[in-house]
Design a protein around this ligand. Sequence first.
Ligand SMILES: [Zn+2]
Length: 375
Amino acid sequence: MTTALLVLSFEGLPLTAGHDTLFMCDTLCCANTHACCPALIADGPRGVRPVVVCTLYYNWSYVGPDGEEHWHKHYPFCGGIFQSPIDIHNDILQYDSTLLPIELVGYNLSLTEQFIISNNGHSLKMSLPPTMYISSLPFRYTAAQLHLHWGNRHHPEGSEHSVNGKRYAAELHIVHYNSDKYPDVATAMDKADGLAVLGILIELGSFHPSFENIFCQFANVRYKDQTIPVTGFNVRDLLPERLDEYYRYEGSLTTPPCYPSVLWTVFRNPVQLAHTQLVALETALYCTQENDPSPLEMTDNYRQPQEFDERRVRVSFRQGVVLSVVLASILGVLVIIAVACCLIRKKLRGKKEDDVNKAVVYKPALDKEEDISNV
Ligand SMILES: [Zn+2]
């Protein structure tokens, strides 16, 4: 199904400043924006000219005719290179001593500020302020939003990244854009150095009070396009304790349009959610709007692992990686010893046969040869 995506912003103001409106409408309406949204245009700041961008948008989902195997038809990057997520396994890891601990600024959000939690039909999303950023990368990457991926109550394995084939219960993504080079996340999202996403793996374990800042709003964003403002909390508490141990690789958005624009940081250590919290996440939300006659539960909103080609995942920590290198080295030495033994044995056997052969006197067997040629 094709619809139109209308982006209405105001000249000179960044898209993240709260003056933008992004919504779906039909193609005809998109072509005539004044008729489509006169109130919104009138609501713009006085004297500021509205800028309207209108593009065609194709629906996508995780299952059915718009499922991930069809994404590339309308979103060609989804069938391209540098795609995410991936399975992070030992064969592709490379220790990199230059990977510094992740440093975060402004993650402790103000209690007096409000942030929007929304159901966008694909995930639960929370807007983040431009005062929040990563300071330890070559550019400043400013936060834009966070969202989650999860499974379902019968198969609670819904992380996007997996480690040595193991899929975790869920995964939190905190999306940042390169604010040194680009004015907003929409401009940055298709640039090679445009985005940096922090991936936090979530496993079943003990109750996590900080996630309740988001989860307590489930009832208010049950259906697509519903939103609710929430007061600030410390987003740092959603991350694992150690920010110095992580996997780093260059990949993509895991949803259409799958731009290969993401510098991924997936933390080595997962965080934990209680069973009740996971079940709430897996059962609370719908991909469809409130009055939809065929409601669709929001479950299994994760993409399958992608081909990794010739890429390498750099790791900031030695443990495990060193062990695998040592094991590979031991295996290599054993193979060399085995080959050497075979060669020596073969040589000795050859020498023995030579000695035996020297003792044998050969005579021509003419009669036998004639017999054979007649068969
Ligand atoms: Zn994501």
